[in-house]
Structure formats: C-alpha cells, structure tokens
Design a binder for this molecule. Structure first.
Ligand code: ADE
Length: 223
C-alpha cells in the first residue's frame, strides 16, 4: 500500500508514523508513506495557499488551485482521495479495515476554516472525521487514520492475528479488562477465573465483562 499526505505540516503528519510498529512496517516495505508540503503547489510568489472566505466570516480557507495541482500530481488509477475534516463521516474500525485493502490513499489535510468546497465536489472520494472535536490541523487526524490502517496491513504487527479480538472487532462491544503478573498488587487481585485455566469459563467471563464495560463507557454502541 502507498499513502501520500498533503499538508502544510508534513513533519506533524510523519512524526507519529516514524517510530515503533509503524516505522518497522514502513522499513519492511509493508507500506510506503510520503508527506508533501502543500505550498510546493502554490503559484503565489509568497507560497500562499489560503484566502479569506467568500461571503465573509472568520479565518482563512485553503484555495482550490494548489489542492487541484497536488491531486493532479499524485493521483493514479487506483487512488482514493480522502479529506480530513471535522465535517467528514466518522472514522471507525470497519472503515479502517476497508481502507486497508486500498492500493493507494491520497490524504488531504484541512486547516484554518476548511478547504474551498470545489475541491470536495470535484476531487474528494471520502471526507473523514476522527471525532466530534476540532483540531488545529488535519495532519494530526491524518496520522491517526494512517496508524489505524497501517497496523491492519499483513505483516505490520508481529502476530497477524492480534487485531482480531480487540475492541471494535465486534463494533457493538468493547474489550474485556486484561491483567498480567503479579497476581496480587497493592491488595488487588487478578480475577480468579483468569487463573483457572478453564477456557469456557474465561470466555464467558470476558463476554460478561465486555458487556458491562460497554454499558458503562459506551452505551451508544449497544443495540
Ligand atoms: N481537522 C480538524 N479537526 C478534525 C477532526 N476532528 N477530524 C478530522 N480532521 C480534522
């Protein structure tokens, strides 16, 4: 898979993808990630890429011209063009799994008051939001999306099965609590069932705990 990120802050987009599991996946050739400076496609002598909103209002809007030029330069026949924006559809694990099967993602990062809407109408296949809050910078959101996708690629995690029994595999259930040694810590004990070696009882306990945790933290996920 190849991922191109177009942003005013390439270092911000790449920093979280330059360490640990994701860096190893990149080094192993599981994914090729590149971040591009949007200003490189500006034709303005001061490398400007934004202007004030038509009709008035606060802030600045990313202009169509440099974004059209960036997409023209980077898009191929198999490219899905994604725009990071708080106005996008919510990014969920199911969508991460779907995007992980793409050959090429071209991720455009919004900034300021957003992007000229003609970019969305003409170029963007998918508008994505990572949550109902506004970040200063879409590059942060792009890094989040890339991390969630890259770790699903075959060969990215040491054990290819590990994404399987985690939260959101079943989109209606969070993961059960986990423990490790020591069995006793500051008077708190690991639940006995987990030490019983009885796989049936452990599975039943995990399911019941997952339900309780979902009810407490994410009741919106339950049917
Ligand atoms: N840019 C700013 N906030 C964002 C969000 N919540 N999701 C995606 N892109 C963003």
């Amino acid at each position: 898979m190849r991922i191109d990120i177009v942003t005013l802050f390439p270092e911000v987009a790449l920093a979280p993808l330059s360490d640990s599991i994701i860096q190893r996946a990149r080094a192993a050739g599981v994914v090729e990630v590149r971040a591009h400076q949007l200003r490189d496609w500006s034709t303005d002598k001061h490398r400007r890429v934004d202007d004030s909103p038509c009709g008035g209002g606060p802030g600045m809007v990313l202009q169509a011209e440099p974004l059209f030029a960036a997409v023209a330069a980077l898009r191929g026949p198999l490219t899905r063009v994604v725009l990071m924006t708080p106005q996008g559809q919510p990014f969920k694990q199911a969508l991460a799994r779907q995007l992980a099967t793409d050959a090429h993602l071209l991720i455009l990062c919004g900034h300021y008051e957003g992007v000229d809407h003609r970019v969305i109408e003409a170029l963007v296949d998918l508008e994505l939001s990572i949550g109902d809050y506004v970040l200063t910078n879409g590059a942060i959101a792009a890094a989040v999306v890339c991390d969630a996708i890259i770790r699903l690629l075959p060969g990215a995690l040491g054990d290819d099965r590990s994404p399987e029994d985690e939260s959101f595999c079943d989109p209606q259930l969070l993961e059960a609590p986990t423990y490790t040694r020591p069995v006793q810590y500051q008077g708190m004990c690991v639940p006995e069932v987990l030490l019983s070696g009885h796989h049936g009882k452990i599975a039943a306990w995990k399911h019941q705990q997952a339900l309780a945790r979902t009810r407490a933290n994410r009741p919106d996920l339950l049917p």
